[in-house]
Design a protein. Sequence first.
Length: 263
Amino acid sequence: MWDPGQYRLLGDERSRPFYELVGRIGATKPTFVADLGCGPGELTAELCRRWPTADVLGVDSSPEMIAAASEVLARLSDAADPVRLRFELSDARDWRPDRPVDVIVSNALLQWIPDHAELMVRWARALASDGWLAVQMPGNHDQATHALLRELAGSARWRPLLGDIGLNRQAAEPAAYLDLLSREGCDVDAWETTYLHVLTGDDPVLSWTQGTALRPVIAMLDPAHRADFLAEYGALLLGAYPRADYGTVFPFRRVFVVARASG
């Protein structure tokens, strides 16, 4: 489903929430850090720079992403300062740590997982004493990108080909996660931010969604149908996100949760 090259487009916009999420983690000298849904690995490597004495593990279910992450690891391994980093091909829902985890980071993964609240609770229970769980996910279910995608996928033309396709589910409200993890005995900081990305190019919002929300559609359709769907969806996006002289404004809401286990 995943194309690391497409995902890396607009990398500055995609990485900004990661840095803002990790910036709220107060761990000083963790020994074991896990990045669940690590993608192509560049941001996981940033965790090594933040905590150079920690063992850092990146987990992703996409072979394409893990292959890209392995290239990142190879480059780091050639550097003068060795890193304690490894990557693992695994579904985050199946991942079980073999020891308590000091920091768990999950950036833009859980919107793909139904009932992810249960998974967050399991991760919180896997933390070491005074461990940290930091999660970020989009909250754009009602925005034009997703509303138009659901409408088009369910239309008379496309429903026979796409059926009940599994599009991403998006985040709940921040207060729901605050309540969920507070009941697990954590101190919780939960908030939301809507970024106003200014994108350039002829079809910048379509390019953005091709890296994420459109992946299930791209995977399911043959090349000819895929091109037709992208053309139809792209035209709808151009109407929903008009281009100004300075670029296309793309509002993007994200939900953040940082929880600290009781020491």
